[in-house]
Design a binder for this molecule. Structure first.
Ligand SMILES: *[C@@H]1O[C@H](CO)[C@@H](O)[C@H](O)[C@H]1NC(C)=O
Ligand SMILES: *[C@@H]1O[C@H](CO)[C@@H](O)[C@H](O)[C@H]1NC(C)=O
Ligand SMILES: *[C@@H]1O[C@H](CO)[C@@H](O)[C@H](O)[C@H]1NC(C)=O
Ligand SMILES: *[C@@H]1O[C@H](CO)[C@@H](O)[C@H](O)[C@H]1NC(C)=O
Ligand SMILES: *[C@@H]1O[C@H](CO)[C@@H](O)[C@H](O)[C@H]1NC(C)=O
Ligand SMILES: *[C@@H]1O[C@H](CO)[C@@H](O)[C@H](O)[C@H]1NC(C)=O
Ligand SMILES: *[C@@H]1O[C@H](CO)[C@@H](O)[C@H](O)[C@H]1NC(C)=O
Ligand SMILES: *[C@@H]1O[C@H](CO)[C@@H](O)[C@H](O)[C@H]1NC(C)=O
Ligand SMILES: *[C@@H]1O[C@H](CO)[C@@H](O)[C@H](O)[C@H]1NC(C)=O
Ligand SMILES: *[C@@H]1O[C@H](CO)[C@@H](O)[C@H](O)[C@H]1NC(C)=O
Length: 873
């Protein structure tokens, strides 16, 4: 063992007063030059993702020319990582963008949920506690990935990044002149020693900073006490986050790592299918459509990343089948048969809830049913789920999600399924969507930009509806012409599907609809240029902090969105509005840019209503003309306002199997976004979770007179002892007024994490490495060499789960034998050409807490860490 250098580490206390949050700014920096947790996280994710793609390209003998530095953008990385047809094909980065956003929102939320916890911010000399938070979190991320729960894994990963990053602002690691991350923070086998010394955080709220030693060391932003070192601390925090991501990559493998990062071009294909007796022809149709999509996309970049099937009947629904294997999905659809039911309606919404919680955000879900839902009480919960996952649903609840309710006779069903095929094309964007209910004649304009391909319009309404379409160049076509200069269309049931011919006609188009019955108009196209949005809310504490807001914004109050434009580094956003087609009302937002296509958009005094987000701007990339082309996009999911406020107070996000958590919550009524402290009233309360874990909640809650306009309650959630680590559970707490005209809700996420029992790491022992390769490299191709290693997880370990080749392109064979102590030994035999003389094997144990590396190259390091057991008690 090498002698340890005698370095005097002086790490630091940060005095922390309850209620006052200090860290790198979570989402936004208003001084124009400080680096936020959001930026640190995004930089690290982009650099590590690009490195993984580079390594994969190298192992497949492909070129990878992207320069990996802090100037990477989401678009550049995704493009470089897509292996085929990159230059011309349409690329949507929405999924990657949404995944990164989930990580930084979770990161930012640590300042809210764990505001008072020193260890979550490396405050107050809690180095051991901070490391425990990180290593427990890393275990939970790995467990989530093992269960293919990437959404949950991202959420936990974002949170641990916060703690890790804060270390570099709140300790004097930077002041000590360190130029590399403090690896001991993610490696519990290394000592955290010589942690001594007292300094202060510094800043307005730090009372001790005025005593000797005067000042503080926080590097949270450029205005902090040690603000001159802010950029150095932020750079080190990026490098430390990259090191953490590498640790996770080693344990889960490259493919799963990229899925965790959200680097997937394709969405999931999700069907919720009614299997009651009357549905046999619909099932046949679902079968036909899904097989069509599966077969036409197999092997292409648009191949769905997963398939989800949820059957429902009466009584009963499920089970949910989720698979990445197209053939397994086909088998399951083939097995569906229609039977039972009889009395309409059926348990559609229960099936939908299952699908919504399993499908990744922004998924499109297709529901096949011929009857209204029986489980109508779930409608509000489902609407809330749609709002928070931004899924698009076809059929019931279609309006809230931006989908369409298409009603056709069974014989016309096959025509409608072209809609499913359209929506599963790549990079589909919404240009315009309006619903008129009650119906009245109206004119709608939309902008066609040069990046759009395959523009399609869908109009639903009664057969008496007529329309007139006119293009930017003044050409027009009426609904009496099913094939004309601007479009050709088909009609099926209540749906008209128009394929637009927009050649050389960019600019403003118009659809004039004449109907006095309810109708909807939706215009879509294919383009890389799109956007995502999330509601954010300012919270108390340090200045200018925002975090993700789940639940509805308050009517009459302010609303803020974090909008990120995807797909083009050359677009300029000029306008973001909230549009309510029933008014019509359009609320104009104030934009503040934060670089890389990110904007904070603030709306003041948003009236009551159901809004969609519309974005307009200019794109200078798609044309060679001097004037940039205007574009418009619209989000599918609606934003609904509410005058009920539901807030929760929880400082915990982990639950052990078999335990119960209590979540206090508060309900209030608001006027113009402010709690009305003289209001009274009774509200229906519902708590739902997506795992059907047992949960208690009051059925109603009453705001009494003289209570300041607020009522408190408690919801409990019990995780069964059998729940496995890595399970994510989402709890929704809803409050509805007695007239059932207004509802709001809060969303909480917990991850199940059991105490770790396997703390022994796998051990890799080199048995032999043959050295009979010819010394002349020109002769290498004709000879082979062999490497043999014994790997074991010891008698008390959970066993070796996998052995992977991390370097080398030879052949690996493994066999299992029982060692003298009764332990299982995996004997790995690796044979390779003498032209490739290095190998690196990684062994991971079943608990995925530990791993070992071995091989031939000099940079091989044995004894990588276990993520030791962590218990807060
Ligand atoms: C931001 O900070 C960096 C590093 O301190 C400095 O080089 C740069 O000029 C600053 N930019 C602005 C706009 O203040
Ligand atoms: C969470 O709150 C409870 C009671 O309010 C307190 O006992 C506990 O220490 C808190 N935990 C953290 C991590 O702040
Ligand atoms: C972070 O890592 C990069 C690449 O390894 C290196 O160039 C850079 O100097 C490191 N940053 C700091 C602050 O040490
Ligand atoms: C729609 O446009 C036509 C032609 O410009 C006009 O006559 C009509 O009043 C408009 N309808 C509405 C509702 O604005
Ligand atoms: C437009 O649709 C056609 C067929 O409907 C398809 O072949 C083509 O690839 C699509 N265009 C793009 C840009 O995807
Ligand atoms: C569109 O413009 C291009 C280039 O100006 C021209 O080659 C093409 O024929 C035009 N297409 C139509 C349908 O007018
Ligand atoms: C919103 O504000 C922008 C900038 O002030 C203005 O150009 C635009 O016309 C406004 N849009 C609406 C719908 O009021
Ligand atoms: C609700 O709980 C908060 C603390 O969580 C307390 O300050 C407040 O007085 C309570 N309100 C009522 C009406 O009980
Ligand atoms: C490796 O395992 C084999 C089979 O159990 C055993 O015979 C051999 O002694 C082991 N070698 C080492 C170096 O442990
Ligand atoms: C395995 O676990 C048993 C029971 O806890 C313990 O007595 C024994 O020492 C452990 N063996 C090793 C090799 O750690």
């Amino acid at each position: 063992m090498a002698a340890r250098q005698a370095v005097m580490l002086l790490l630091v206390v940060v005095v922390f007063r309850p209620g006052l949050v200090h860290s790198f700014q979570p989402l936004f920096s208003f001084d124009g030059n400080s680096t936020t947790h959001r930026v640190i996280t995004e930089r690290a994710v982009l650099r590590k993702t690009a490195e993984v793609c580079r390594d994969i390209a190298a192992s497949e003998g492909r070129d990878f020319s992207l320069t990996i530095d802090d100037s990477l953008s989401i678009d550049k990385v995704q493009r470089a990582c897509s292996s085929v047809g990159t230059s011309t094909s349409l690329l949507s980065t929405v999924i990657f963008q949404t995944s990164i956003a989930k990580m930084y929102f979770s990161n930012a939320q640590v300042d809210l949920i764990f505001a008072l916890s020193e260890e979550h911010h490396f405050d107050d000399e809690t180095f051991q506690g901070g490391r425990d938070v990180i290593t427990a979190g890393v275990s939970a991320v790995k467990a989530s990935v093992k269960k293919e729960n990437f959404v949950g894994g991202r959420w936990i990963l974002g949170a641990i990044c916060h703690t890790l990053q804060d270390f570099y602002s709140h300790s004097n690691w930077v002041e000590l002149g360190n130029n590399a991350p403090h690896s001991a923070l993610i490696r519990p086998d290394q000592p955290l020693e010589n942690l001594a010394g007292k300094c202060s955080h510094g800043g307005l709220f730090d009372k001790t900073s005025k005593q000797d030693p005067v000042g503080g060391i926080s590097k949270d932003d450029i205005g902090s006490s040690h603000g001159s070192l802010h950029h150095k601390a932020a750079d080190l925090a990026v490098n430390a986050t990259i090191e953490l991501l590498e640790d996770i990559r080693l344990a889960v493998g490259d493919k799963n790592f990229l899925r965790l990062m959200g680097l997937s071009q394709s969405s999931v294909l999700c069907f919720v299918i009614d299997t009651t007796g009357s549905m046999s022809d619909d099932i046949a149709e679902a079968k036909r459509v899904s097989f069509n999509i599966i077969d036409s996309k197999r092997g292409t970049q648009q191949e769905p990343s997963a398939y989800i099937l949820v059957p429902f009947n009466d009584p009963g629904f499920g089970p949910l089948i989720m698979t990445t294997d197209a053939d397994i999905f086909k088998d399951n659809i083939n097995k569906l048969s229609a039977n039972g039911g009889g009395d309409i309606p059926e348990l559609c919404l229960s099936g939908l809830q299952l699908a919504l919680t399993a499908a990744p955000p922004s998924s499109e879900i297709f529901v096949f049913t011929d009857a209204p839902a029986k489980d109508d009480h779930l409608k509000n919960t489902i609407t809330a789920l749609i709002e928070s996952t931004k899924s698009v649903l076809y059929r019931d609840l279609a309006r809230a999600s931006g989908g369409q309710a298409i009603e056709v006779t069974k014989s016309d069903l096959s025509l409608v399924t072209s809609v499913i095929e359209d929506s599963s094309a790549s990079a589909v964007v919404t240009i315009l969507q309006v619903v008129k209910n009650p119906g009245r004649p109206d004119n709608f304009t939309f902008t066609v930009d040069g990046s759009l391909r395959n523009i399609t319009a869908y109009i639903t309404g009664t057969s008496s509806l007529t329309f007139n379409l006119s293009s930017s160049s003044g050409v027009s076509q009426s609904s009496s012409q099913s094939s004309g200069p601007l479009a050709s269309f088909t009609t099926a049931g209540n749906l008209r599907r128009l394929s637009l011919n927009t050649d050389n006609q960019t600019g403003t188009w118009e659809i004039r609809v004449v109907s006095n019955n309810p109708y909807s108009v939706k215009v879509t196209g294919q383009s890389s240029v799109n956007f995502i949005f999330n509601l954010v809310e300012a919270h108390e504490g340090a200045h200018g902090d925002f975090s993700l807001k789940e639940g509805r914004p308050l009517s009459g109050g302010n609303a803020s969105l974090l909008v990120s434009v995807t797909g083009s580094d050359t677009v300029k956003v000029t306008e973001v509005t909230l549009f309510d087609s029933s008014g019509p009302t359009e609320v104009n937002g104030t934009l503040q840019g934060f670089g890389s296509g990110n904007f904070l958009v603030t709306f003041s005094g948003v009236p009551a209503g159901d809004f969609v987000v519309r974005l307009r701007g200019e794109d200078s990339s798609s044309t060679s003309r001097a004037t940039p082309s205007s574009f418009q996009r619209q989000a599918s999911t609606q934003i609904k306002t509410s005058s009920i406020s539901v807030t929760t107070q929880t400082n915990n996000t982990n639950i052990e199997p078999g335990s119960t958590v209590s979540i206090p919550f508060t309900v209030a009524t608001t006027t113009n976004g402010v709690v009305n402290d003289s209001a009274t009233g009774t509200f229906t309360v519902r708590a739902n979770n997506d795992r059907s874990y047992s949960s208690t909640s009051p059925s109603t809650i009453t705001i009494a007179a003289d209570s300041g306009g607020k009522a408190n309650g408690t919801v409990t959630l019990t995780v069964p002892a059998s729940a496995s680590s890595g399970t994510q559970v989402t709890l929704t707490i809803e409050a509805e007024n007695t007239a059932a005209t207004d509802i709001n809700y809060a969303v909480l996420r917990f991850s199940v994490s059991a105490k770790v029992t396997d703390v022994s790491r796998p051990v890799c022992q080199v048995v032999s490495s043959s050295t009979n390769c010819p010394s002349s490299s020109s002769l290498c191709a004709s000879s082979q060499w062999e490497f043999i290693a014994n790997l074991t997880d010891g008698i008390n370990g959970t066993g070796i789960e996998s052995i992977t080749i991390r370097q080398g392109n030879g052949t690996l064979n493994t066999s299992t034998v029982v060692g003298t102590g009764g332990e299982n030994i995996t004997v790995a035999t690796y044979i390779a050409s003498c032209c490739s003389q290095n190998v690196e094997l990684a062994a991971v144990d079943w608990s995925r807490k530990c791993r070992d590396l071995c091989g031939t190259s000099s940079r091989i390091y044995h004894s990588w860490p276990c993520d030791y057991s962590y218990s807060r008690s």
